[in-house]
Design a protein around this ligand. Structure first.
Ligand SMILES: C[S@@+](CC[C@H](N)C(=O)[O-])C[C@H]1O[C@@H](n2cnc3c(N)ncnc32)[C@H](O)[C@@H]1O
Length: 274
C-alpha cells in the first residue's frame, strides 16, 4: 500500500540514498525540536500531529505527552507511524481543512510541519485547528514560505542558466508549481492573519530568510530526488522537458557552473486557543 505522500517521504525525498537521508534528518531535527518546544507539551497532554508523515514530530512527542494522536491523509504513512510507535499512539485517517474525526476541544496541543503548504483553504485549516484544541490549548507549526524562493529568468534550481536560456525556459515550464496554487500562493503574513481570524490569541510568528551562494553535490546525484511530494524528480522533469542530448547539455552546463544561489524562507508560528 502506498501513495504519493508516502512515496515522497519514504523514497523520493532522498532518492533512497542513505547519506542524503541522514542529511535530511540532520536538517529536520532542529526544526522538530523548535516546533515541539513551542507547543509546551506537558506529561498529561494529548498532542495531535496533523499531517504526521513518517512521524518526525509525533514519534518525538511520544516521550513528552500522555497521548499522541497521529493524523494524516495517507493510510500508508499512518501504518508506517503505527509500526514505529511501538504500541503507543492513536492513528486517525483525516486531514485539513476540516480534521473530520477529531472531536471538538479534544487535544491540548496541535503540531504541524510542512502541511498547511499543501492545503488550498488555509483559513479553514486554522479554524479546524482551533476547533480541536481545548480552551488554553497550544498550536505550534512550521511552514516553508516558498513564495520567497521564486527564481527570476536566468536562474534554475539555483544555477545560473543565462547561457542556456532556451533549455532553461522549457525546463521551467515543466518544473514550476502554479504561482497561485497552495504551495506558492501564501506567505508568513497570510498564516498569521488566518490564525488570528480563526480566534487564536498570543500569536508569535518567527520568520527566517536566508540568501546565499554555495556549491553542493553534483546535480547528477540529485536526479532521483523530488523537491516536494507534489513534484516530479529532477530527472523526471528533464526527461519531460528535453531530449536526451539536451538533457546531457544542461547537466554539463550545471557541472561547469556548480555555484548555486539559494533563497529560502520559513515561518514558525505558535498560538493559543483562548
Ligand atoms: C512534507 S510532509 C510533512 C510530514 C511531517 N509533518 C514531517 O514533519 O515530516 C506533508 C505531510 O502532509 C500530509 N498531508 C497532505 N495533505 C494533507 C492534508 N490536507 N491534511 C493533512 N495532512 C496532509 C502528507 O500526507 C504528508 O504526510
Amino acid at each position: 500500500m502506498t501513495d504519493p505522500w508516502a512515496e515522497w517521504l519514504l523514497h523520493r525525498r532522498d532518492g533512497d540514498d542513505p547519506d542524503r537521508r541522514r542529511e535530511v534528518l540532520a536538517f529536520l531535527a532542529p526544526i522538530r525540536d523548535r516546533v515541539l518546544a513551542a507547543a509546551a507539551i506537558g506529561p498529561a497532554d494529548t498532542v495531535l500531529d496533523v499531517g504526521c508523515g513518517d512521524g518526525l514530530l509525533g514519534l518525538a512527542a511520544l516521550d513528552r505527552a500522555a497521548e499522541v494522536v497521529f493524523s494524516d491523509v495517507s493510510p500508508a504513512l499512518l501504518e508506517h507511524c503505527r509500526a514505529a510507535a511501538g504500541g503507543r499512539g492513536r492513528f486517525v485517517h483525516t486531514g485539513l481543512p476540516d480534521l473530520a474525526g477529531i472531536d471538538d476541544a479534544a487535544v491540548d496541543a496541535a503540531v504541524l510541519r510542512s502541511v498547511l503548504m499543501y492545503v488550498p483553504d488555509k483559513p479553514a485549516g486554522f479554524r479546524a485547528l482551533h476547533r480541536v484544541l481545548r480552551p488554553g490549548g497550544r498550536l505550534s507549526l512550521f511552514e516553508p514560505v516558498n513564495r520567497f524562493s521564486r527564481e527570476p529568468a536566468g536562474r534554475l534550481w539555483g544555477y545560473d542558466v543565462s547561457a542556456v536560456p532556451e533549455l532553461a525556459l522549457r525546463v521551467t515550464r515543466v518544473a514550476r508549481p502554479d504561482p497561485g496554487g497552495p504551495i506558492l500562493g501564501f506567505d508568513e503574513r497570510d498564516l498569521l492573519a488566518a490564525a488570528e481570524a480563526a480566534g487564536f490569541v498570543e500569536l508569535r510568528l518567527t520568520y527566517e530568510a536566508s540568501v546565499g551562494d554555495s556549491v553542493g553535490p553534483p546535480f547528477r546525484t540529485m536526479l532521483d530526488i523530488a523537491p516536494n511530494p507534489t513534484s516530479p524528480t529532477y530527472g523526471e522533469v528533464l526527461d519531460r522537458a528535453l531530449t536526451p542530448a539536451e538533457r546531457d547539455r544542461l547537466i554539463a552546463h550545471f557541472d561547469a557552473h556548480p555555484t548555486r544561489h539559494h533563497r529560502s524562507a520559513v515561518a514558525y508560528l505558535s498560538a493559543r486557543r483562548r
